[in-house]
Design a binder for this molecule. Structure first.
Ligand SMILES: [Zn+2]
Length: 427
């Protein structure tokens, strides 16, 4: 019931000042005869569904909260509902906006599922299959609904917290999921939000969902900071007019002072590549080492090829690295090499490279679009030691070798040196 009940026209309200006047003092129940002479049947039914507080004084109850106590939150929620009227036209408009998000189709599809509440969260699955496992995999305290997972869960809120712009979202945490997603596109005053804002929200949600699936199916145990760090390379790439995978730059100036290898963020793989060129024989050795956030080796390669210059060798090394990442179906990859001119050309289109190298790098760019995110980083040669050793071996021995997980023993010393300096690589 919203607001006070309206009495019937022409009824006698004399002596009716408080709710207690409608209660039979001897029985402690509603005075049914008086009620029906005062209000409509529907209002009477609503009143009679409330259990009277017999013998206790009247108190005011707030209709917008479950416990009847007033809260600013409930009032805010009510006001927000008026700010986001979800008419059919509005909903169609939001669908159009979701499918127009400047991001990869996978994220568009994800947001569409999110908006329509058809993500297979545990609460939803439990209602259908009675799995008796409805709890949120992050906090293990509340049922995993879409609303809880992305808006209310302390874990997800901690992830959002890393993105300062996102904190205002939680002023709206009483909104439904539909209203919340609508708010990505429209401000309270009905004006368009900052370009790319919705893409950022979509990206953060998508990552929360991916990590949630890893927790459920692979029993990993990430921290909110790990998740935030894995999202950052994506957010840095978002330009108003560019797709998410197009360019992710790491300023090569900042790596000049770095004297040790750093591990990538959680859920990101780092592929170090290097080329060893000998002018006398035009013979090139390429070396590759693939490691995760803990510095674990996921693969290593030595490859012998031919090239006409040192620059072309470096281009060939990067192209081969990207080809390998695509073959392995990696998603988020940092390609780290010791050829500054190559990295600069890819990240900023600055500097000139020979036409042979340009062809290689243009091919690299196109190929890298099939990965979810790519970051190109320049590091000094002595920091890229493992890949350099593999490249040199390939050049001198003319070998093609691939190692999966178990690296060759001649790399142990350099790998150990890198492990000693493993730190979180926060972009
Ligand atoms: Zn939770």
């Amino acid at each position: 019931m919203e607001g006070p009940p309206t009495p019937l026209d022409g009824c006698n309200l004399l002596g009716l000042h408080t709710v207690s006047n409608l209660i039979d003092p001897s029985l402690g129940t509603w005075n049914s005869t008086l009620l029906h002479s005062t209000f409509s049947n529907e209002t009477c039914w609503q009143i009679e569904s409330i259990r009277p507080r017999s013998g206790l004084p009247d108190i005011r109850r707030w209709a917008l909260t479950k416990n009847g106590d007033f809260s600013v939150k409930s009032l805010h929620h009510k006001l927000n509902l008026h700010s986001f009227p979800l008419t059919v036209h509005h909903r169609n408009n939001i669908w159009h906006k979701i499918w127009s998000l400047k991001t990869i189709p996978r994220i568009q599809m994800f947001v569409w599922k999110l908006y329509n509440l058809i993500l297979p969260v545990k609460d939803y699955i439990n209602r259908i299959l009675h799995t008796n496992d409805p709890l949120c995999p992050f906090c293990d305290m509340h049922n995993e609904t879409v609303h809880h997972l992305f808006i209310d869960c302390p874990f997800s809120r901690a992830v959002w917290f890393h993105f300062h712009q996102a904190t205002h979202l939680h002023l709206h945490h009483d909104l439904s999921v539909e209203e919340w997603i609508s708010s990505w596109f429209l401000g309270n005053n009905g004006q368009e939000q900052e370009i790319g804002w919705a893409v950022k929200c979509a990206t953060i949600c998508w990552h929360i969902w991916k990590v949630r699936c890893k927790v459920v199916f692979e029993h990993v145990n990430p921290s909110p900071r790990d998740v935030a760090c894995s999202i950052m390379p994506y957010l840095f790439s978002i330009q108003p007019s560019s797709p998410i995978h197009a360019l992710q730059t790491t300023n090569d100036q900042t790596t000049d002072n770095v004297s040790y290898w750093t591990a990538p963020s959680f859920h990101v793989i780092k592929l170090n590549y290097s080329a060893s060129y000998s002018q006398s024989v035009n013979n090139v050795g390429l070396g590759f080492i693939l490691r995760d956030h803990a510095g674990r080796v996921l693969g290593a390669r030595s490859l012998s090829v031919a090239a006409s210059s040192a620059e072309e060798s470096d281009g060939l090394a990067l192209l081969t690295a990207v080809q390998w990442a695509v073959t392995l179906q990696l998603r988020n990859v940092v390609f780290e090499g010791d050829a500054r001119v190559i990295t600069r050309y890819l990240t900023s289109n600055q500097g000139t490279v020979g036409w042979r190298t340009k062809n290689l790098l243009d091919e690299t760019k196109i190929l890298a679009e099939s990965l979810d995110s790519t970051v190109y980083v320049y590091i000094k040669k002595n920091v890229n030691k493992v890949a350099s050793i593999l490249a040199k071996k390939a050049r001198i021995m003319l070998v093609d070798d691939t190692w999966n997980h178990q690296p060759p023993s001649f790399l142990f010393e350099s790998l150990n040196a890198d492990i000693q300096s493993v730190i979180m690589d926060v972009p």
